[in-house]
Design a protein around this ligand. Structure first.
Ligand code: TXA
Ligand code: MG
Length: 313
């Protein structure tokens, strides 16, 4: 199959309307979209990514008035989060509406819903005229794509279209919050921090690792994730000596001895750069990537979550 690359959101939307798969930028990472009500298109999406069929998808909307096609029985605290954080890097897990096919939610009676903040994403979604399910637009298990070139690297010839935008602003996937219980529970940390959620809903909490229900509730978290081919090692203290096969990413200005190193000036920049750095290290045949640990506040919590998962891979 030929993959069209376009800058025109209307061209990419036409691909979705005619039952195809189209990758598109958001402020977090690039997503791979299909019409939420088209089971055949969703199956193509799972096949293109080689994604395990038991990993549910996030449905994306361009307008709040599309929400009732996807979800029902939305609790008051979820509306408070919607009022504050939509559009933005936040996914809410809600009771699924009747029309949503089970292939979209991997058999769950709940559905993740997000309205991206990036204007180009909302133009595309609005032109689709339907909510669009979209996982990150990478081959399953690879780092999420933060540029259209990274999408092409993984999925060229496997999908119908790439909507070409800029490199993504945040660089890590959205915060996923379960709203099907008595209060919001963070299943996956992202740019919107637990502290920010608690300012709006004080009882918001984070799913603890000891809580086996969390793994069941966010099935995607069971799968291998975010892994470059190189080994990832998290560095907490002194930075080890660099070798020709190793790389370093962090915000410590003294790590000058690595031939492959990327020193950023803030945790936000580090988060924005990390997935593309992983991919670049793989292109260069790096064997070990040393990643500096950061304090787990703000986006630092999400960054450390992704680094730990990559280190396990
Ligand atoms: O920023 C993002 O969220 C990006 C962009 C494209 O929007 N999307 C993304 O999708 O990261 P994906 O498929 O790579 O990750 C979706 C996560 C998985 O961890 C999945 O388990 C969880 O959301 N999820 C989706 N639906 C769920 C549901 N009904 N219940 C619990 N967790 C759910
Ligand atoms: Mg993903």
């Amino acid at each position: 199959m030929e993959t069209i690359v376009t800058k025109d959101p209307l061209v990419a939307a036409e691909v979705i309307r005619s039952g195809g798969t189209a990758a598109f930028p958001t402020e977090t990472v690039y997503g791979l979209g299909a019409n939420v009500f088209d089971e055949a298109a969703i199956q193509k999406l799972f096949d293109a990514k080689q994604r395990p069929q038991d990993n549910p998808l996030i449905a994306h909307i361009g307008h709040l008035d599309q929400l009732d096609q996807l979800a029902c029985d939305i609790p008051g605290f979820a509306w408070d989060l919607i009022d504050t954080f939509f559009p933005g890097p936040l996914t809410l897990v809600l009771q699924k509406g009747e029309r949503v096919p089970l292939i979209a939610t991997a058999g769950l009676e709940t559905i993740g819903v997000r309205m991206p903040g990036l204007e180009l994403a909302r133009e595309f979604l609005t032109a689709c005229g339907t909510p669009v399910v979209a996982p990150s637009a990478n081959l399953s298990g690879r780092p999420s794509p933060t540029t259209w070139e990274a999408v092409k690297e993984d999925l060229d010839g496997r999908i119908d279209c790439i909507l070409k935008g800029d490199a993504t602003e945040i660089g890590l996937e959205s915060t996923v919050v379960d709203c099907t219980g008595t209060g919001p529970v963070v299943l996956r940390p992202g740019a919107i921090s637990l502290e920010q959620l608690q300012e709006i809903v004080p009882k918001a909490s984070k799913a603890s690792d000891a809580d086996s229900g969390a793994a069941l509730k966010s099935p995607g978290m069971r799968h291998r994730h975010y892994s470059p081919r190189a080994a990832v090692v998290i560095v907490k203290g002194a930075i080890p000596p660099g070798g020709p096969d190793s790389a370093f990413i962090g915000i410590d200005q003294s790590a000058g001895q690595f031939s492959n190193s990327l020193i950023l000036s803030s945790v936000e920049e580090y988060a924005r750069a990390v997935f593309e750095f992983f991919r670049e290290c793989d292109r260069r045949g790096v064997k070990t990537i040393y990643c500096e640990a950061v304090p787990e506040t703000g986006v630092g919590a999400a960054l450390m979550d992704r680094l730990r998962r990559a280190a396990q891979g």
